[in-house]
Every structure is written in C-alpha cells, then in structure tokens.
Design a protein around this ligand. Structure first.
Ligand SMILES: [Zn+2]
Length: 151
C-alpha cells in the first residue's frame, strides 16, 4: 500500500481485526502522514472461458499477463503492479460475471493507454482481436523500427 499523498512506501502501525474486516492504520515512511485502510471480503467473480467452462477470476493471472506484456518496457515493477490492481478492481467493481474475452478487451484497453508495444504484445498473446495476423505484423514493424533507430 502506497501513501495516497506522495505515493511512497508506508508501514502498518496498528491492525484491528473483526469478524468481517481488517482495519489497518498506516504511516507514510516519507511524509509521515497517517491514514487507515480497511480490508473486506470481496465477492468472487466467475469467469466463463471459451470452451464455456468457468473458473474463479484470478487477479494473479491478470498481473502475470500484464507483466509479460510490459517485459523490458520502461516501467517499474511498482507501476505494473499499480496498473494490475487498477484493472483488477475495475473488473471486480463492474462485473458479477465475465468472459475471458471481455477481460482481454478491458486489459488491452488499459494497457493501450500506457504503452503501445506492451499493448500489441498483450493482444497477440491474448487473442482478443479477430484480426490477429494484422496486429502481429504491426508489432513486428514497431519492433523493427526501434531496432533500426538504435543503430
Ligand atoms: Zn507520504
């Protein structure tokens, strides 16, 4: 959990645990401001897969997919984590059930706002667009352009 004021690391200074939630008081290691967070149980989300079977939504899986897409791109581990968390809570807050295809579209859209290379990589892996070959082509073009400009 990062400080909402300066986005730096915080520490937990007190935890109160009840039957339905955990409340933590935190202090920022940088600006020393204090705030509290509350953990409450979240509804699980069922994801329908292409073969019509379903599985529980996995934030971890989303994070892995995003990390892979951003591999060697100029983003920090923290930025990737924050992006994954934003996407995961967006999905949780707006859906009671969802398909893998919808998830792919949401994630792709969010990645696109950050980085076009990561975006192309993601969609080529996720198969979230119909015209996959065209996107692979574009990805290759983009990467070739970068290699050439480095020389
Ligand atoms: Zn702070």
């Amino acid at each position: 959990m990062y400080c909402p004021f300066c986005q730096k690391e915080t520490k937990v200074i007190d935890s109160r645990i009840s039957d339905t939630s955990v409340k933590r008081r935190r202090e920022c290691l940088n600006c020393q401001k204090r705030f509290s967070t509350q953990e409450t149980p979240q509804l699980t989300l069922l994801v329908t897969k292409k073969d019509s079977t379903s599985e529980e939504f996995s934030p971890e899986k989303i994070h892995r997919g995003i990390s892979k897409a951003f591999n060697k791109r100029p983003f920090t581990e923290e930025q990737i984590k924050t992006l994954s968390e934003t996407i995961n809570s967006h999905i949780f807050n707006n859906h009671s059930q969802i398909t893998t295809k919808e998830i792919g579209k949401i994630v792709a859209k969010k990645i696109k706002q950050k980085d076009s290379v990561a975006y192309l990589r993601f969609i080529s892996v996720y198969h979230s667009f119909d015209n996959l070959e065209k996107f692979k082509e574009e990805l290759t073009k983009l990467e070739n352009k970068k290699t050439r400009s480095k020389k």
